[in-house]
Design a protein around this ligand. Structure first.
Ligand code: SF4
Ligand code: SF4
Length: 280
């Protein structure tokens, strides 16, 4: 069994296999049709030798190299990975070695950047899960990690003794039930940083109105900026936080903006946040 201290392999009781195969439907979830998936993981472990004798390119929705890694069927993962084969990488046999070797989801990247106590807080939320519930993107931990390091740090910092999954979901489920990290990743994190994640939860209706208002102002500003400049760049290339560029794109529909518009945008958004906090 693998025993790597990572989001992919948090402990010996479970593992994540969400990203296999890397050419899969991004909406497919390990909790879809568990019985069929479990049978495939079991079959792939049992038939590995036969499959190695006649390897074939994988289709988009499954991989014959993905199987249970232990007899107890606790961890699931790549049977062709070098760590399973005395250092030999057999993933080329499925035709997608490069994609397989480079698949590292955003959640895993965020997790790897956390402090040890924050990682502990995160993994504590997943106690008792099996590999299917752990791998699912409905796993509250995966939902939290989508909000990136700052929000995880704020919440973990408020609860040094940790939280159980139910309490966590009751307190912070609004992050994925009522908010959307792509739209709210900048505004909500700024507000939670300056005040508190709980401050945000207790004012969700006001916050929602504030977000609509700021999106409208950004649209107006974007139209003015575009009219005064011939050269534009993708919004994510501006010298602003990536989370703010997502608000510009997914909230205000501003996919391109003049290169020198970063200061103007930051100044508008931050002054709106100041006003919101002053009068809320
Ligand atoms: S989806 Fe992310 S956490 Fe899961 S196995 Fe892939 S890289 Fe690891
Ligand atoms: S070869 Fe391994 S890493 Fe690649 S899709 Fe199959 S199980 Fe996943």
């Amino acid at each position: 069994m693998l025993n790597l201290a990572s989001l992919c392999f948090p402990d010996r009781e479970k593992s994540c296999f969400f990203c296999c195969p890397p050419i899969r439907d991004p909406e497919a979830d390990p909790l879809d049709d568990i019985a069929t998936r479990r049978a495939a993981l079991r079959r792939n472990r049992r038939e590995l030798e036969q499959n190695l004798a006649s390897p074939r390119e994988i289709p988009g929705d499954s991989c014959w190299g993905l199987g249970f890694l232990d007899d107890q069927e606790k961890q699931a993962g790549c049977l062709l990975h070098p760590l399973q084969n005395h250092g030999r990488d057999l993933r080329h046999l499925t035709g997608y070695q490069f994609k397989c070797a480079n698949a590292l989801c955003r959640e895993a990247q965020v997790f790897s950047g956390l402090q040890e106590n924050e990682k502990e807080f995160c993994l504590n939320l997943c106690r008792g899960m099996n590999s299917f519930t752990y791998s699912s993107r409905s796993n509250p931990l995966m939902q939290l990690l989508a909000w990136e390091e700052k929000m995880v740090g704020l919440i973990a910092g408020k609860h040094p003794a940790g939280l159980n999954r139910n309490d966590f979901t009751n307190a912070y489920g609004f992050l994925w039930r009522d908010l959307d990290f792509r739209l709210d990743g900048y505004l909500a994190v700024e507000i939670a940083t300056r005040r508190d994640p709980d401050f945000l939860r207790e004012r969700l209706t006001l916050y929602s109105g504030f977000r609509q208002n700021i999106i409208a102002k950004l649209k107006d500003l974007g139209a003015d900026l575009a009219a005064s400049s011939d050269s534009q760049c993708p919004s994510h290339c501006l010298a602003i936080p990536l989370s703010l560029s997502r608000l510009l794109k997914f909230g205000a529909g501003l996919w391109k903006l003049p290169l020198d518009s970063d200061t103007t945008i930051l100044s508008l958004v931050n002054s709106e946040i100041d006003q919101f906090l002053k009068y809320t």
